[in-house]
Design a protein around this ligand. Structure first.
Ligand code: TNX
Length: 528
């Protein structure tokens, strides 16, 4: 099977790419401008990466990459003034251009990358994509001139660690692969019905009980779950784990957006602390996924968020808000009393009240709230950012209200859908979403005026793992489709070209091979 796989890899690459990889520069996402020149430069064992104080982290990153990937040992040397004869020169320059902008000049004498912190890092990623797919002590890079900057500042991907737990090392590999394609936001879906994955000191049962849902389900103490024989389902991250992932991401210029779900999708938390759950007038929990809008719940979640905010230095916190079964609240004495007091006529207003209270709390602590598009129901919280997943409609409405928006619509941005064939890739819901569909997605809808379109921060691909039981399977769902997301969020709209992209995408399979990345191979099974 392994031999067959190697054979398929090679045929797919040979069939679909130009056999001479140097005939064209293959950088994904396509840079704003990239011009190939005559000749090449070889990065050799013992070469020097010259850095200044600000480019040191990126220099060490490249050094480590060359060692891990090619067993090539290079030196990093720090200078006040970078010498012009060094093989690789990483020149950090504070620029007043777009965040992430860089230039790269590969001549027959040297490689010079110039940019600010993230820009330098992205320049290094472009360099990495020009390196060969075989291990050698001399890596030839085609001479070229690249000038580049991103179109959007939100280039995201999510990971669901609730339905299936992924280890710290797996999350770090996920981050590494995102970084290769210049993505900059990892949305970490840390809580859901099937598991609470983040240590909270004040409420230890969240992880002692809420992170062991599969164990309780096997004992018949929690409802029946799909894929129960998936052994890796349970687990959680300690605070040290979280800090180490945050730092790892930071070094790769990736911001982590933590998500703590409320008021729906909260079954694991309620299982650990039943007092949180929505009850009927007899006091019995009549639904186990919905939080009761009680003072106990608000205090509990404010305490949780206080600990979460300490771990994540970024400005945004995602509070979920999707698929809340708001009609459940009509049976809850707490919610009914709240509706009476606030003169609400329908339970959607309770959802809005809930989110607005949480937003106020976050804002008081210097953070901003993001929620799924259902937070529009009953009135949007004053400064909330909306993630539009049920198509683009919620995002369009929010942008017209001058709220910030991240486009992550079904079907194009949903990577839990099969890539080509629902029979050979049995996920269970959603029609196939091909890499071509992903590539052709345009985040700034025609329904928006140019002024409204500015509220679209970018786009993000989402993946849910109810039916995905291993890290390898997760990679298979994400690649190569993620390369499409990289290009649609980075490359100027006018530069997009699906034929050229297809070539570059296939050229990247030689790197997938080096990285041991389990990407689906289009065409290998006769399906695009
Ligand atoms: C809806 S997409 C969800 C996820 C599920 C997915 C598939 C979204 C915001 N919420 O929690 O995993 O459907 O069941």
């Amino acid at each position: 099977r392994c031999l067959l796989k190697v054979f398929l890899y090679i045929t797919a690459i040979v069939l679909t790419t130009n056999s001479d990889l140097f005939a064209q520069l293959h950088i994904v996402p396509q840079p704003v401008s990239a011009v190939q020149q005559k000749g090449s430069f070889s990065v050799k064992d013992g070469a020097t990466i010259a850095v200044n104080a600000e480019s040191q982290i990126v220099g060490s990153y490249l050094q480590q990459y060359l060692k891990d990937t090619y067993q090539l040992n290079v030196k990093v040397k720090k200078y006040d003034q970078i010498p012009q004869n060094a093989a690789i020169q990483l020149v950090s320059k504070a620029t007043d251009t777009v965040k992430g902008a860089y230039t790269m000049l590969v001549s027959t004498k040297s490689i010079i990358i110039t940019g600010s912190g993230p820009g330098l890092f992205y320049g290094v990623q472009s360099l990495i994509q020009l390196l060969p797919g075989t291990i050698s002590k001399s890596l030839a890079v085609p001479a070229c001139q690249v000038a580049d900057e991103p179109r959007f500042q939100w280039r995201g991907l999510s990971i669901d660690v609730s339905r299936h737990f992924f280890t710290v090392d797996e999350v770090k590999k996920y981050i590494d692969m995102m970084a290769h394609y210049k993505l900059d936001i990892l949305h970490w879906h840390l809580t859901d019905d099937e598991g609470w994955r983040i240590q909270i000191d004040k409420y230890p049962l969240l992880t002692e009980v809420g992170a062991k849902i599969a164990y309780y389900a096997k004992q018949g103490k929690f409802r029946k779950l799909d894929n129960l024989n998936d052994d890796g389902r349970d687990g959680f991250y300690t605070k040290d784990d979280i800090r180490s992932v945050v730092k790892y991401a930071q070094d790769r210029f990736i911001t982590i957006l933590p998500e703590i779900e409320m008021p729906g999708h909260s079954e694991a938390a309620i299982f650990a602390y039943p007092e949180l759950g929505c009850k009927d007038s007899t006091g019995a929990a009549h639904r186990v996924r919905m939080l009761d809008p009680s003072e106990y719940t608000f205090t509990f979640y404010e305490n949780v968020l206080t600990e979460v905010m300490q771990l994540f230095p970024n400005q945004y916190i995602h509070i979920g808000g999707d698929e809340a079964e708001v009609t459940d609240w009509l049976k809850s004495p707490t919610a009914v009393a709240l509706m009476k007091r606030e003169h609400f006529t329908e339970p959607g207003q309770v959802q809005s009240y809930f989110i607005k209270r949480i937003e106020k709390f976050l804002n008081t602590n210097g953070k901003k709230l993001i929620g799924w598009d259902e937070i529009l129901k009953g009135g949007l919280a004053p400064s909330a950012t909306v993630m539009s997943w049920e198509g683009e409609e919620g995002g369009i409405i929010a942008a017209k209200m001058h709220h910030k928006v991240i486009m992550t619509p079904l079907p194009q941005m949903y990577f839990d859908a099969p890539q080509a064939n629902a029979i050979t890739e049995p996920i269970g819901w959603n029609d196939p979403v091909s890499w071509q569909m992903v590539y052709n997605y345009e985040p700034q809808s025609k329904q928006l005026t140019p002024d409204e379109a500015k509220y679209i921060l970018g786009a993000q691909a989402n993946i849910w793992v109810e039916k995905i039981g291993t890290y390898k399977h997760l990679e298979y769902m994400i690649y190569p489709r993620l390369l499409g997301v990289a290009e649609l969020t980075w490359t100027p709209k006018a530069e997009k070209d699906i034929k050229r992209f297809e070539q570059s995408m296939y050229a990247n399979y030689r790197l997938f091979n080096l990285w041991d990345l389990n990407a689906r191979i289009p065409n290998a099974d006769g399906l695009k």
